[in-house]
Design a protein around this ligand. Structure first.
Ligand SMILES: [Zn+2]
Length: 92
């Protein structure tokens, strides 16, 4: 009766919400349009880059970052497509 571990269950459920929220459209300030968004993890997978490389692409403005009301960071899908195209050109 003394041990109560219900807090752990709530923590696990919270982390599951992020990938679901990341799949929806959001307004990108830099595109001035509603765009498809990805989580930084998904963007890293699409571009075959690490999280660090994604951060520097955001810092250089090549990827657009969108902060949700829940304070999670999402990547603008339109900027991701441009960055993916540039990335392929650099590899040739
Ligand atoms: Zn954008």
């Amino acid at each position: 009766m003394a041990n109560r571990t219900t807090i752990e269950i709530y923590t696990r459920q919270k982390t599951l919400l992020h990938p679901l929220f990341g799949a929806g459209p959001a307004f990108c300030q830099q595109c001035q349009a509603e765009v498809t968004t990805l989580t930084p993890e998904s963007a890293a997978g699409v571009l075959h880059l690490t999280g660090c490389a994604i951060s520097s692409l955001i810092a250089s403005g090549r990827l657009h970052a969108i902060t949700t009301p829940a304070n999670s960071l999402l990547i603008c899908g339109a900027s991701l497509l441009i960055a993916a195209g540039n990335n392929e050109n650099n590899l040739d």
